[in-house]
Design a protein around this ligand. Structure first.
Ligand SMILES: [Zn+2]
Length: 160
């Protein structure tokens, strides 16, 4: 009997999955291998259950990840960004491939996608916790994320 009860309890603890559509920036194309690997890496990286959705679902989701090749002119070294509107962190998370690739020194899909998933986890924490600030001097929640954290193995789960 207890074998029947345990799976139900496990589902209740995990809660509903967070739907996260992933899009290329308007007018841009993603490298298919990097995109496929990113869609695999993202759920392995986030501390909450996630369903990665196609971009077509972006308008109806509470949060979305938009992948740009280049950073915004105002912040050329930013790896990612979470938009703030009226003091609230919105669900519009941007990732910038070129500065991420420059930092890790590679555009290999496996490595770039892993690093992008770490940056996404950082930006999504700002949204999930409605926290504009950063935690600690090192690690994925710090203002400045280092190469070691971006390339940590897939089974290295980040934070809470
Ligand atoms: Zn941040």
């Amino acid at each position: 009997m207890s074998a029947l009860i345990l799976p139900a309890l496990a589902l209740a603890v995990a809660g509903p999955a967070l739907d996260v559509p992933v899009c290329a920036a308007p007018g841009e194309r993603l490298d298919p291998l990097t995109e496929a690997e990113f869609r695999t890496q993202l759920p392995a990286t986030l501390p909450v259950p996630v369903r990665v959705l196609p971009c077509q679902k972006a308008a109806e989701a509470a949060v979305r990840i938009i992948i740009f090749e280049r950073p915004l002119a105002a912040e050329p070294t930013a790896l990612g960004a979470a938009r703030i509107e009226r003091r609230r962190v919105t669900g519009d998370v941007k990732l910038f491939q070129q500065p991420i690739a420059n930092l890790i020194g590679s555009r290999l899909p496996l490595l770039l996608a892993r690093a992008m998933a770490r940056v996404a986890a950082h930006e999504l924490r700002h949204w999930r916790e409605q926290d504009h600030g950063h935690l600690g001097q090192h690690g994925w929640q710090a203002a400045s994320v280092g190469t070691a954290h971006l390339l940590a193995p897939a089974n290295y789960r980040h934070g809470r």
